[in-house]
Design a protein around this ligand. Structure first.
Ligand SMILES: NC(=O)c1ccc[n+]([C@@H]2O[C@H](COP(=O)([O-])OP(=O)(O)OC[C@H]3O[C@@H](n4cnc5c(N)ncnc54)[C@H](OP(=O)(O)O)[C@@H]3O)[C@@H](O)[C@H]2O)c1
Length: 430
């Protein structure tokens, strides 16, 4: 007998859950047509039945008992929008064991346990969909999995954390300092009260794990990544970068080289002409280089109730269509391989360095010698007189293996004429 509707159990009715409910109502007719059947939310798991909610739902839908969803044989799909890792993982495992499809917006879970959960899904003839877990409303998972499937992907570079992009944008466009920009981001709801996961690059790192896994068919763990946040970016760096023709962005970068995969999140100078330099405020973007397609960029809102809900419902439509066409699994990414992870020391990039030195003859010459001895060649130099007999010097090198740059830096730090090394950032030249 043909299915009459697809029945959904929602885990969570917070920001994203409310977005999902709102869109289901707002575009009911179109979603029904595209899904091939009506989408019916049968139960919603919450922590508190008494809580005031921004969206009105029938009280009989709410439950605090996960078993009402996980054990209900009528429920086809569990949509997980509650967050958390350990407990949520147990719920998802149970849902799969009970033959339910799973849709999740949970990057932490997919980055830490995604490949195991996908295997479990396969064992049970089901699948996990996670478009909303990275890039909010921007389609990223499906394009990497399906639309760019013909390509060998060489490089992905993403602005995938809205909080840090908002802060860096305000430091750049409004000349704000870091604290001021952070405060404004918090007031506007773009930064959490405790923003450390965003500022320290961890949120972007989890998302990079998911994107790199898909792009390079590789099993990626958070410990494989080099992670730096934006706390070290000063307003002066933004200013000098601009003077030199660059913007500073927190980039999540994945590359597949002959020897292995390189994965990192760090503040990066990119030319102001690069498409990623034009991604401002809380927006996100992913720039992908594939061997057949060339360069492609995806841009849009990286979070928020409606954009993230839009991605969740796209997954829901896919599940419904698969069900109505009796396709059990959809396409699964099961060929995750173990690939060598390249250490940072072996990667090449250009570097930006800002330092304070005594304003006296011979300082430039000694810097040039230290760099030259370690095969580091300089591309640009700015010197500005600063207070108390000091000069502020900004250098940009040509691309060089990190180990040579670090050796030169080690030598420079020991010079008696060098008062302070203020900042070191990597530079993408094109
Ligand atoms: N917010 C975004 O823009 C965004 C974007 C992309 C991805 N995501 C991801 O989406 C997920 C949800 O985020 P959110 O912002 O919607 O979170 P949220 O506003 O905090 O909502 C969480 C919801 O889950 C319920 N919940 C949490 N823990 C529970 C538990 N142990 N048992 C029962 N119910 C529980 C809460 O119930 P109560 O309402 O009763 O407290 C609440 O309804 C997270 O994984 C997040 O990383 C969020």
């Amino acid at each position: 007998m043909e299915k009459q509707s697809i029945k959904v159990g929602l885990l969570g009715l917070g920001t994203v859950g409310a977005g999902v409910m709102k869109i289901l109502k707002m575009n009911e007719e179109q979603i029904t047509r595209r899904a091939g059947m009506p989408v019916e939310v049968k139960k919603i798991l919450v922590r508190s039945l008494e809580k005031e909610r921004p969206i009105k739902v029938d009280a009989s839908l709410l439950t605090t008992d996960p078993e009402d969803i996980l054990q209900d044989p009528e429920i086809d799909v569990v949509v997980e929008v509650m967050g958390g890792v350990e407990q949520t993982r147990r719920y998802i495992e149970k849902a799969l064991q009970n033959k339910k499809f799973v849709i999740t917006a949970n990057k932490d879970l997919m980055a830490t346990a995604g490949s195991e959960l996908l295997l479990l899904a396969r064992e049970h003839g089901r699948n996990i969909y996670y478009e909303a877990s990275v890039g909010g409303g921007i389609p990223l998972v499906r394009p990497l999995k399906h639309s760019l499937g013909a390509n060998r992907i060489w490089r992905i570079m993403g602005i995938i954390n809205g909080t840090t992009n908002y802060i860096l944008t305000q430091m750049n466009l409004q000349d704000m300092d870091f604290e001021e920009a952070l405060k404004e981001a918090q007031l506007k709801g773009f930064a959490e009260p405790d923003p450390s996961n965003d500022l320290e690059g961890l949120d972007a790192a989890y998302k990079l794990c998911i994107l790199a896994g898909l792009s390079f068919n590789s099993r990626v763990r958070i410990d494989d990544l080099h992670i730096e946040g934006i706390n070290s970016v000063d307003r002066r760096d933004i200013f000098y970068a601009r003077e030199l023709g660059f913007s500073i962005k927190l980039l999540a970068i994945g590359e597949e080289l002959d020897e292995g995969v390189a994965l990192r999140v760090h503040p990066t100078l990119i030319p102001t002409t690069h498409p990623l330099a034009g991604v401002f405020f809380e927006n996100n973007a992913l720039y992908v280089v594939g061997d057949a397609v060339g360069e492609v960029m995806f841009f849009g809102p990286g979070a928020g109730a409606m954009p993230t809900g839009s991605s969740v419902i796209a997954d829901l439509i896919e599940v419904a269509r698969n069900l109505s066409h009796h396709v059990e699994n959809g396409i699964m990414e099961m060929d995750f391989q173990e690939k060598a992870i390249l250490p940072m020391e072996e990667l090449s990039s250009a570097f930006y360095l800002r330092l304070h030195a005594k304003d006296q003859p011979g300082v430039f010459a000694s810097l040039a010698t230290a760099f030259g001895d370690e095969k580091v060649s300089l591309d640009m130099i700015i010197q500005k007189r600063s207070d108390e007999g000091l000069a502020e010097i900004v250098l940009v090198t040509h691309a060089v293996e990190e180990k040579y740059f670090n050796r030169a830096l080690g030598r420079i730090q020991r010079f008696p004429t060098i008062k302070e090394i203020n900042s070191v950032f990597r530079v993408i030249e094109n």
